[in-house]
Ligand binder design. Structure first.
Ligand code: EPZ
Length: 430
């Protein structure tokens, strides 16, 4: 199996361009099937999760055309089936967005129960609550979610939990329901706004995305459009934290600085210099970064998807830091791997207590999930010596050309598939 081999100790320097947001793309690609006209979507990240979503869309009969590397065309007119094969759904959680899209357009959908990163139980009760409120009958049987409705009628829906997935799924179904829907306690992430803007570009009538109250007036049909996906806030943040942790100086380009405010604030607080430009941020890491405390929260709070990467930055900061993970119940699986690299971290429930150490040392580790895997890459870049990271397919789910982008910043990292290639790497970099 492919793995990363890294020789640490090299500060990252230079500039890197950020791709389209994976978590916006997955909602937008699902929503694209809601019209019988052609939709062209630009700035689509070429990552595993997106490829699986496109396969799922083709699997139900939609036409998918790869125009360029990061541009796809989708036409949902030829959809012949509303049953999404379990093979795709087990591989990515976001395939459940096809329920909202198919239910909105065809008033029925059958999708296998979702898979995805094992960072917690990840229930779908709020999705079900929203679909039922709109008048759908939703059953979970034989490992499938089956939703159907003679008609969908707009309703006032209050989410018990701030849920990105439920907000996007309900927004899609409501976009083609009759009458007005209000989603209260909605998630406010940038990717919610992007999906809403995309649906509006197709002729939907959605207002308030990005706030906790979204108002939707259903329309009978949607039309084709061309749309470009926003930059990936989490990919950008991952490179910001890699620059900070390695004491580097990196210009992260093609970003929306506003989406990164919680990250910028924390980097400045611990002693980094961060300079903001119209569509870029420059991060200059410093030695002896200060400790701090983090609590993950829904946007605009500190994002849970950046929690592992922050732990790596704090692992070699001066003093004791405390990270509280308030969104998912199992998002500290990387800590054991970080301790093997010399980190001094204790996990008690949903809290990690990090005592900064002088240095990390390279080791063989496994990526437990997508963002934890990215965090271990940062740890390898910081550590003295060599780090081998297995199960990198997790990382490839959400980062396009991660190794190549890091190499362009001076990182000594290769994707290898054999001991021979590892030895060759070690000969080259020593
Ligand atoms: C999305 O997951 C993202 N995935 C996750 O990113 C991200 O961590 C998460 O939002 C939070 O920002 C995609 O967009 C594909 P939620 P999602 O519904 O929608 C509870 C990554 O690294 N909940 O906002 O599954 C849930 O248990 C991935 O790119 C319910 O209780 O997250 C959690 O505690 C990892 N009932 C909280 O809400 C529900 O019906 C937030 O989950 C739904 C969720």
């Amino acid at each position: 199996m492919e793995q990363y081999i890294i020789k640490g100790g090299q500060p990252l320097k230079g500039e890197v361009s950020i791709g389209g947001a994976k978590n916006a793309a997955l909602g937008i690609l699902a929503a694209a099937i809601m019209t019988d006209e052609t939709v062209t979507i630009e700035n689509v990240p070429d990552v595993r999760d997106v490829r699986v979503m496109l396969q799922a869309i083709e699997g139900i009969g939609a036409k998918v055309k790869y125009v360029y590397n990061n541009t796809v065309q989708i036409n949902g007119k030829s959809i012949s089936d509303v049953r999404v094969d379990g093979e795709y759904v087990k591989r990515i959680r976001a395939s459940y967005y096809l329920i909202g899209a198919l239910l909105g357009k065809y008033k029925k959908a059958e999708v296998a129960l979702p898979g995805g990163c094992n960072i917690g139980t990840r229930p779908i009760d709020q999705h079900k609550k929203g679909f039922e409120a709109l008048g759908a009958d939703v059953r979970i049987e034989y490992g499938m979610i089956k939703a159907s409705a003679s008609r969908l009628k707009g309703r006032h829906i209050y989410l018990d939990v701030v849920s990105v997935g439920a907000t996007i799924n309900i927004m899609m179904a409501a976009a083609m329901a009759e009458g007005k829907t209000i989603i209260e306690n909605a998630a406010k992430e940038p990717h919610i706004v992007d999906v809403s803007n995309f649906l509006n570009a197709m002729g939907a009538n959605i207002k308030g995305a990005g706030t906790d109250v979204i108002r939707i007036t259903g329309v009978p049909r949607l039309h084709g459009t061309t749309y470009s996906i926003i930059p990936d806030q989490i990919e950008a943040g991952t490179f910001m934290f890699a620059a900070a942790a390695t004491g580097g100086d990196v210009m992260i380009k093609d970003v929306i600085p506003k989406h990164l405010e919680a990250l910028t604030a924390k980097l400045v607080e611990i002693g980094c210099d961060v300079e903001e430009f119209d569509d870029a941020v420059r991060v200059i890491g410093k030695k002896n970064l200060k400790s701090t405390n983090i609590k993950t929260l829904p946007y605009p709070g500190f994002p849970t998807d950046m929690q592992p990467q922050m732990a790596v930055v704090l692992a070699t900061a001066r003093g004791t830091s405390v990270i509280t993970e308030s969104i998912f119940e199992n998002r500290f699986k990387y800590v054991d791997e970080l301790v093997r690299m010399g980190g001094n971290i204790k996990v008690e429930g949903n809290v990690a207590i990090i005592d900064g150490v002088e240095r990390l040392t390279g080791a063989s580790v496994c990526a437990p999930d997508l963002r934890a895997g990215a965090a271990l890459v940062i740890a390898g870049l910081v550590a003295d010596g060599y780090t081998q990271i297995e199960d990198i397919y997790y990382i490839q789910r959400g980062y396009e050309a991660f190794d190549k982008k890091l190499q362009s910043l001076g990182a000594r990292i290769e994707t290898v598939d054999s001991d021979k290639e590892i030895q060759k790497f070690k000969m080259q970099v020593c």
